[in-house]
Structure formats: structure tokens, C-alpha cells
Design a protein around this ligand. Structure first.
Ligand code: ZN
Length: 188
């Protein structure tokens, strides 16, 4: 049997079966975003292991630039619990949070944020920068990433590949035929 070296166990944070179940649910939310024509990102808010709220990315369909999965789940959860602070809650999201969502999660004092895939373009839990590690900004929210990261990343890759293929098809349909008929000669 292969041995797990001590450094491996230090590198990968320990996730529980409940964490994985919550992330699976977040991935289902990401699928729902895709079905709505949105970039597939999903989130689930839990309290003591119970699901309080879910959300998926939907800025385009709702004409709302703030409608990221995390914000949608936070709003629903805060309404349901009747509190703008959610200090006992945990949020599971399929993509590393952006700066807007990171700050919203910190304002809500969410206890723990678990994300799946890193986002090298806008992620602020270590990719572009690490807002959660700024002690001036954050005293409440722990963050860890990498849970079901491959599944989430594959979903995003598939989505963008399909979208590129569809755009290419549209361009091909719009483009003039490669062998256009010669223009008609003017009649004398
Ligand atoms: Zn965001």
C-alpha cells in the first residue's frame, strides 16, 4: 500500500464527508447555472451541517452584476435566519470567491468558506491575492480550497469549450460563402 507522507497530509486540508456532500450539492447548483446559460458556479450555505440556502451564478438572467452564487446564497440564508450576520454558517462554493464575494462573506462573518477550483483570474483566496489573510479586514472567516476541484474545473472547461464552439458556428453561419458567385455584369 502506498504510504501517505506527512508532508502530503499537511498540504491537503482535511475535508469531512459532510463537506463533500455539501460541495456535491454546490456542483448541482453550478449545473443549474449552466442550464440557465450562466457560467456554472454554485454555492451552498450550511448551519450545523444543515443546508440553509443555495445559490447559483445568475448575473445575466437577473440583470444583476452582484448575482454571484455566493451572494445569492448569502441573501437567501440571511433572510431565512433573520440575521445579517451568519457567524455559525459555512459556505461551500465551486469556484474561488472574487473580491466582492469575499468581502460579503466577511461582512456576514461566515465561519468557514470551502471552495473547489481556484480562479487564477479573479480569485482572492490566494490566487490573485488573499483577502481572507488580511488581519485588518478579517477576524472571522477561515477559508480552504481544493475540495472536488477537478470536478468543478472540468465543468467550467466544458462550459467554455461549448460556448466557444457555438460562437464559432455562429461566425461560420454569418460569414460570406468562400466561393461567392461573380457579380453580375452590367447589361449594356
Ligand atoms: Zn463573486
Amino acid at each position: 500500500m502506498p504510504r501517505i507522507s506527512p508532508s502530503d497530509s499537511l498540504v491537503s486540508p482535511a475535508f469531512s464527508a459532510a463537506d463533500e456532500a455539501a460541495m456535491q450539492l454546490a456542483l448541482q447548483q453550478a449545473q443549474a447555472a449552466w442550464q440557465a446559460g450562466e457560467v456554472p458556479v454554485g454555492a451552498v450555505l450550511t448551519l450545523n451541517g444543515e443546508v440553509v440556502a443555495t445559490g447559483f451564478n445568475r448575473p445575466i438572467t437577473t440583470h444583476d452584476p452582484t448575482a454571484h452564487a455566493e451572494i445569492v446564497a448569502l441573501r437567501e440564508g440571511a433572510q431565512r435566519l433573520g440575521n445579517y450576520r451568519l457567524p455559525q454558517c459555512e459556505l461551500f462554493v465551486t469556484l474561488e470567491p472574487c473580491a466582492m464575494c469575499a468581502m460579503a462573506l466577511m461582512h456576514a462573518r461566515v465561519k468557514r468558506v470551502v471552495f473547489a477550483a481556484p480562479d487564477p483570474k479573479t480569485g482572492v483566496a490566494g490566487s490573485v491575492l488573499d483577502l481572507f489573510a488580511q488581519s485588518q479586514l478579517n477576524h472571522h472567516t477561515h477559508v480552504c480550497g481544493g475540495l472536488l476541484a477537478d470536478t468543478s474545473a472540468a465543468l467550467l472547461r466544458q462550459f467554455f469549450a461549448e460556448r466557444r464552439a457555438a460562437a464559432k458556428q455562429r461566425r461560420a453561419a454569418d460569414a460570406p460563402s468562400p466561393n461567392p458567385l461573380p457579380p453580375e455584369l452590367p447589361t449594356p
